[in-house]
Design a protein around this ligand. Structure first.
Ligand code: MSP
Length: 473
C-alpha cells in the first residue's frame, strides 16, 4: 500500500478558548486534506491540543481549577469548534494522553542514553506566552513583541539538548529542501538566521514547572513543553517512541504552521529527529497572521475577531470561505467584520447563491431538468493552484466561473428564450447546469456542505436558498 499523505496542524495551547488564528491554520489544512482525498490519495490528517507547561499551569491556577479539569474543558471546546467548522481530521491528539506521555519519556531516555541530552545549567530570558527562551534579537525594547511581556530571568539546573553540533547538517538539509520550508521567503529568513547565529544547546527540562511530563531519568524535572509538543507529530500516528519502529505515515508530507512558530519548528524539531535518526518532515508550510483592521489582534486593543461570532453570522461554509479568501496564504491577511459581511453578501449570497437559485428556477421549465452527476474530477488549473497552497487564488478562479455563469444568464436571457426559442433555451440551460456541476466539484474541498447541496439540487431539480443576505450591523 502506498504511504498515506500525512498532513499536520500545530497542536494548540489550551490556556484559553480557541480563536480565529487556530481556525485559520486548521481550515487551510482541512481544505488541503480534502483536496488530496479527492485526488485519490490516502490521507492522514492530524490535529490536537498542547496541554502542558507553565502557561497552562498559570491559566488553570488563575481560573481556580486543577490543571487536569481545566485542560479537559478547553480541549473539548477545540473539538467542538472543529465540528462546527467541518474539519475532517483523522485523529485528534492530546498531550495528556497516557500513550503520548509514555512515548515522550521513552524518547527522552533514548536521547539521554546516547548523550544527546546532558545535565547542565541554563540561564536565559523566558517568555511564558511563547513558552520559549528568547534571544536578544527576538526582543523589542526588552519585551517579547508577540506577547508584549517582559520575559522572566530563569537560572536553573537543567538538562540540555545538543543543538550546535547539528547546525551545519541542518543548514544543508534546509538549503537542499530535504526539509522544504515554504514559501521561499521563510526559507530565506531561517537560513539567514542559521548562518548568522550559532544555535545554543537548549534546555529541555524545567525544574519549577509541575504541570508536565516527568523526565524518566530525573523526576525532579519536567519536560520542556515544546519537546513534548513536537513529538505529537509522531505519537498521533500511534508511535510508541521506539526509534526503530516508525509508523508508515511518517515522514509528514506537509506541516502547516503560523510564522510565529517557524523558528522552533525549523530548529528544535528537526534536530530532535536528527539525533534519533528519523527522517525529517518533507515540508513546513508557513502562513502569515490574521490582522484585524490592519493591526495585530489583542484583547487590550479590543479588536479581536471572534470565531464564534463569525460562525453565528456566516455559518460553516461562509466562515471557511471568508478565512481562506482573505488573501494569499503565506502573507499576513487583514480582516474586519464589516468587510467580511460585504464579501459574504457579494460573493456568497449574490454571487454563488443567486446563480444556483436562478439556474434551478429556470431549469424547472426544461423538458428534463434532472441532471446526471458523473464524477468530473478537478480541472488541471485548480489542481496546480492547490498543489502550491494558493487557496485564495483557487477561490478566485472558482468565483470567476460563478460570475461568468451569471453573466451568461444575463446575456442569453433564458426567460425570454423559453417563450420564443425552446431549442436554444434547452441548450443554454444544459450549459448552465453543466457549469453548476463543475462549480460544485470545485467547491468540494472548500465548502463541502454547499457543494453537496448543489449536487443534490442538480439531481432533484430544485434547491433551497444557499446563503441569505445579511445586514451589516
Ligand atoms: N502549542 C504551540 C504549537 C505546538 S506545535 C508542536 C502553539 N500553539 S498556539 O495555540 O499558540 O497557536 C498555534 C497556531 O495558531 C500557530 O500556527 C499560530 O501561527 C496560529 N495563530 C495564532 N494567532 C494567529 C493569528 N492572529 N493569525 C493566524 N494564525 C495565528 O503555538
Amino acid at each position: 500500500m502506498p504511504k498515506p499523505f500525512y498532513i499536520t496542524t500545530p497542536i494548540y495551547y489550551v490556556n484559553a478558548k480557541p480563536h480565529i488564528g487556530h481556525a485559520y491554520t486548521t481550515v487551510a489544512a482541512d481544505v488541503f486534506a480534502r483536496f488530496k482525498k479527492i485526488q485519490g490519495a490516502g490521507v492522514f490528517f492530524s490535529t490536537g491540543t498542547d496541554e502542558h507547561g507553565l502557561k497552562i499551569e498559570k491559566a488553570a491556577e488563575k481560573a481556580g481549577e486543577n490543571p487536569k479539569e481545566f485542560v479537559e474543558k478547553i480541549a473539548l471546546q477545540f473539538q467542538d469548534l472543529w465540528k462546527k467548522l467541518n474539519i475532517d481530521y483523522t485523529k485528534f491528539i492530546r498531550t495528556t494522553d497516557t500513550k503520548h506521555k509514555e512515548a515522550v519519556q521513552k524518547v527522552l531516555q533514548t536521547l539521554y542514553d546516547s548523550g544527546a541530552i546532558y545535565k547542565g545549567f541554563y540561564e536565559g530570558l523566558y517568555c511564558v506566552g511563547c513558552e520559549q527562551f528568547k534571544m536578544d534579537d527576538e526582543l523589542v525594547g526588552g519585551k517579547c513583541p508577540d506577547h508584549n511581556l517582559v520575559p522572566e530571568l530563569v537560572k536553573e539546573d537543567a538538562y540540555l539538548l545538543k543543538m550546535t553540533e547539528l547546525q551545519k547538517d541542518l543548514v544543508e538539509k534546509i538549503e537542499s529542501d530535504v526539509l522544504h520550508i515554504a514559501p521561499v521567503k521563510y526559507k530565506t529568513e531561517i537560513l539567514s538566521f542559521l548562518k548568522s547565529e550559532m544555535l545554543k544547546d537548549i534546555s529541555i527540562s524545567r525544574k519549577n514547572v509541575k504541570w508536565g511530563i516527568a523526565l524518566p531519568f530525573d523526576e525532579t524535572h519536567t519536560t520542556y513543553v515544546w519537546v513534548d509538543a513536537f513529538l505529537n507529530y509522531l505519537t498521533v500516528l500511534g508511535w510508541t517512541g521506539d526509534k526503530d519502529s516508525i509508523p508508515k505515515e511518517w515522514p509528514a508530507d506537509v506541516q502547516f504552521i503560523g510564522k510565529d512558530i517557524l523558528r522552533v519548528h525549523a530548529t528544535i524539531w528537526p534536530i530532535i529527529l536528527m539525533h534519533l535518526g528519523i527522517l525529517l518532515p518533507k515540508m513546513i508550510f508557513t502562513h502569515g497572521h490574521i490582522l484585524a483592521g490592519g493591526k495585530k489582534m489583542s484583547k487590550t486593543l479590543g479588536n479581536t475577531i471572534s470565531i464564534d461570532e463569525m460562525l453565528a453570522k456566516f455559518g460553516t461554509d461562509g466562515t471557511r470561505y471568508l478565512l481562506l479568501s482573505a488573501g494569499t496564504f503565506g502573507e499576513d491577511v487583514d480582516l474586519t467584520m464589516e468587510r467580511m459581511t460585504e464579501k459574504y453578501n457579494a460573493d456568497l449570497a449574490n454571487g454563488l447563491g443567486n446563480l444556483v437559485s436562478r439556474v434551478m428556477k429556470l431549469a424547472e421549465q426544461m423538458k428534463n431538468n434532472k441532471f446526471g452527476m458523473e464524477n468530473r474530477g478537478l480541472p488541471e488549473d485548480i489542481v496546480e493552484l492547490l498543489n502550491e497552497y494558493k487557496f485564495s487564488e483557487a477561490l478566485e478562479y472558482i468565483w470567476k466561473k460563478v460570475s461568468e455563469a451569471n453573466k451568461y444568464i444575463d446575456n442569453e436571457k433564458p426567460w425570454e428564450l423559453v417563450k420564443n426559442d425552446q431549442e436554444k433555451f434547452e441548450a443554454v440551460m444544459k450549459k448552465l447546469l453543466e457549469d453548476l456541476a463543475v462549480i460544485a466539484e470545485l467547491l468540494m474541498p472548500f465548502l463541502p456542505e454547499t457543494s453537496d447541496k448543489i449536487k443534490e439540487a442538480l439531481q432533484k431539480g430544485k434547491v433551497e436558498p444557499l446563503f441569505q443576505r445579511i445586514k451589516n450591523s
